[in-house]
Design a protein around this ligand. Structure first.
Ligand SMILES: *Cc1c(COP(=O)(O)O)cnc(C)c1O
Length: 408
């Protein structure tokens, strides 16, 4: 890569090239890319030796606590292309009523109410930087909402396809943020096929999970932020609700980059990929010792964000889980719904169903001795519980009738 000194002042990043996650084949940065020639995700590589001189934990400590503080490890070249809706660092809170030493990183505080904002703010900024005018994507809800919001902000057109049973709030939210949204009678990978066809027919840029290189970089900030918030020490175990797996793959990449920078050592958290029993392709492949996962037929779960029958980054998820000494775990819808209810009632934390799945899996793991009570464990709650239908458990009170105070 040549180095253009005229851009140095505005150049706050150190991308050297892109690389196929399967074959290692190199690709030039600063060009529009989808998947690699092998049909696999591309990973962004940085000149980490130079980053080491430019960025230290001390410098980071003085910056505002948001996603862009890690800009030397992010792909956007020109700060003018940054589209932001205020991606503040998310809090990590202990669950006081659960046994053990378990914490929730609450990603529901991000713009558009989910951690999809981390990935999509980066993908859209890069689309803008590389001259894209229309993006298209399949979604189970939250990704489409984040894509719509950041595309509107960047002045990019967005066309979004979602399964027709996508949570109503998401479908409306996508449209409210300026995108054209279509309900499709199929699952997310069926929607993905429409995007693929539209890419050929209409020239849309395909923003599907892992089909462009930059969502991983945005999601990677979860790993950077986690390490920084815990004083550059990682927890013993991480429970991650796994659909396409972008966040798990991104955090795993962040850990390697931080080690190369000397910010952390070689110890890694055990990564637990959590899925729903009604859609658990990664769990099935993990248990079978496979590196790739076969499509899960008739996928069903109330946790829409992890209803992903097939993931293009399956081997990256499975490699990371195995290398970490973790596991892929499935939980029932009944268990995840119970976990959501418990966290809300007992800890005052309204989880999304996918976040509930991580708590349910943690409970199972603790009972099975996979984690022990002294170990520090982090669960990812990926969206605000307010985006999901809540049961009405109120009772009516007639203020004109005599009130039975003892019954209240
Ligand atoms: C997208 C999503 C997930 C899955 O995230 P991946 O990184 O794609 O595996 C989990 N929970 C919620 C709420 C989501 O929106």
């Amino acid at each position: 890569m040549h180095h253009d000194d005229n851009l140095t002042a505005d150049r706050s990043t150190f991308v050297s090239h892109l690389e196929c996650s399967m074959t290692g084949e190199r690709y030039a940065a600063d060009q529009l890319h989808g998947l690699s020639r092998a049909g696999r995700p591309l990973l962004v590589r940085y000149d980490l030796e130079r980053v080491k001189d430019a960025l230290t934990p001390e410098i980071l400590a003085d910056r505002p606590a948001d996603l862009w503080k890690y800009r030397e490890l992010l792909p956007v070249r020109h700060s003018a292309n940054i589209v932001s809706l205020g991606e503040s660092a998310t809090p990590i809170m202990p669950l006081l009523r659960e046994p053990g030493n378990v914490w929730v990183k609450d990603e529901g505080r991000l713009p558009t109410g989910s951690f999809k904002a981390r990935g999509l703010v980066m993908a859209i900024a890069m689309a803008k930087e590389l001259g894209v005018t229309t993006i298209a994507m399949p979604t189970n809800g939250n990704a489409g909402a984040a894509a719509a919001a950041y595309a509107a902000r960047a002045g990019i057109e967005a066309v979004i396809f979602c399964p027709d049973d996508t949570p109503e709030i998401n479908v409306r939210e996508i449209a409210a943020q300026g995108a054209r949204v279509y309900r499709v009678n199929g699952l997310i990978d069926d929607c993905g096929k429409l995007v693929g066809a539209g890419k050929e027919k209409r020239g849309w840029f395909d923003l599907s999970t892992l089909k462009e290189p930059y969502r991983i970089e945005g999601k990677k900030t979860m790993g950077l932020e986690l390490a920084e918030q815990f004083g550059w020490a990682l927890p013993d175990a991480i429970f991650y609700p796994t659909g396409g797996g972008t966040g798990l793959i991104g955090m795993w990449k962040a850990f390697d980059e931080m080690e190369a920078l000397g910010w952390i050592g070689s110890k890694r958290p055990r990564m637990y990929a959590v899925q729903a029993e009604g859609c658990a392709p990664i769990v099935r492949a993990f248990e079978a010792g496979e590196r790739h996962a076969v499509r899960w037929e008739d996928a069903h779960t109330v946790a829409a964000g992890i209803r992903v029958p097939q993931a293009v980054g399956d081997f990256l998820i499975l490699d990371a889980v195995r290398a970490s000494g973790g596991k892929a775990l499935a939980v029932s819808d009944a268990a995840l719904v119970q976990a959501v209810e418990d966290a809300g009632k007992k800890d005052g934390l309204l989880l999304c169903p996918e976040g509930g799945a991580t708590l349910a899996a943690y409970r199972d793991a603790l009972a099975a001795g996979l984690v022990d009570a002294e170990e520090k464990v982090v669960l990812f709650n990926c969206a605000t519980g307010l985006k999901y239908p809540l049961a009405d458990r109120s009772a009516f009170l007639d203020r004109h009738a005599p009130v039975d105070w003892d019954a209240l």
